[in-house]
Design a protein around this ligand. Structure first.
Ligand code: CU
Length: 170
């Protein structure tokens, strides 16, 4: 295996390795009273696959996922829907707007214990681009890297496969 191979493998894998981020809501303040969560969320790039982590003393607060109206009016969903661990991790599974409130007492209404974020779509979905040839050959995906399109068209598993083939087949 040559250095050129190593370089190409790294070039292929590195975009995939840029993995999901954890956002500690409120940073060192955590999930608490009278914190400006809108200011906290401002300018942050939330992506599908990232995670929100709500940290607070157990029993003092909780976390409800709500809709826009629930957020606006601090409407608490049934208690059974509350997250209460004090270290609640929420995976941002879909793009779009997400709203969270604390359901304890009047924390939401009186102390602005509410968070609104907008989750951006991750990099384009891995779809294979149509091949001009009648029978698309998948045996040489390696060649596609020359055109810079490989990171968009390859499923991560495929990337690993390519890497293995490159390592052991070189
Ligand atoms: Cu609270």
């Amino acid at each position: 295996m040559s250095f050129r191979h190593v370089f190409i493998i790294l070039a292929i894998i590195s975009p995939v390795m840029v993995s999901a981020k954890d956002f500690i809501v409120g940073d060192e303040k955590g999930w608490t009273l009278s914190f400006d969560y809108q200011a906290w969320a401002q300018g942050k790039d939330f992506r599908v696959g990232d995670r929100l982590v709500f940290k607070y003393p157990v029993g003092v607060h909780n976390v409800f996922k709500v809709n826009g109206t629930g957020f606006q009016n601090c409407i608490k969903p049934p208690l059974s829907e509350a997250l209460t661990s004090g270290n609640d991790t929420i995976v941002l599974a879909t793009p779009g707007r997400k709203w969270y409130i604390c359901g304890v007492g009047r924390h939401c209404a009186a102390a602005s214990m509410k968070l609104f974020i907008n989750v951006n779509a991750d990099s384009p979905a891995p779809t294979m681009t149509p091949s001009p040839s009648p029978s698309p050959s998948q045996s040489m995906p390696y060649a596609n890297s020359a055109y810079g399109s490989i990171r968009n068209v390859l499923h991560p598993a495929m990337v690993v496969l390519v890497a293995l083939v490159s390592i052991f087949g070189a």
